[in-house]
Design a binder for this molecule. Structure first.
Ligand code: FES
Length: 127
């Protein structure tokens, strides 16, 4: 990865076929500035991704990192276990490389958190 001046990265957003989002089955490429979140860039481009708190807390915006790198400088609840398992929170994730994410991964991150005894985990499972 080579750092670029005023970096802008290409973020490829994959919406799974089985997603209930309007964009199910679509793959969208976004240009995302390094100070911008993936969620904000997607919404600016007219791609409506799920989100609620937009503070890196509720995990509604969970996605999986397939390729690349992101940072979460303002996420309120995101840890090394989430990162090592490949999860990102698009509401606070800012790219640091050309990146590919698969969105609409709330259920998987919820189970991952529950397996580790982390919130919202078991408190939300079964809702
Ligand atoms: S919208 Fe709540 S964690 Fe991203």
């Amino acid at each position: 990865m080579t750092r670029r001046a005023n970096a802008t990265w290409t973020v490829t957003v994959v919406v799974p076929d089985e997603s209930s989002l309007d964009a199910a089955g679509e793959t969208v490429e976004l240009e995302v500035a390094e100070h911008e979140t993936i969620l904000a860039a997607a919404r600016s481009a007219g791609v409506w991704l799920p989100a609620d708190c937009q503070q890196g807390w509720c995990i509604t915006c969970a996605a999986r990192l397939v390729e690349g790198d992101v940072v979460h400088p303002s996420a309120r609840r995101y840890d090394d276990g989430d990162r090592e398992a490949g999860f990102v929170l698009t509401c606070t994730a800012k790219p640091r490389a050309d990146t590919t994410v698969v969105v609409d991964q709330y259920d998987d991150l919820l189970e991952h958190r529950a397996d580790r005894g982390k919130p919202p985990g078991n408190a939300k499972l079964g809702d």
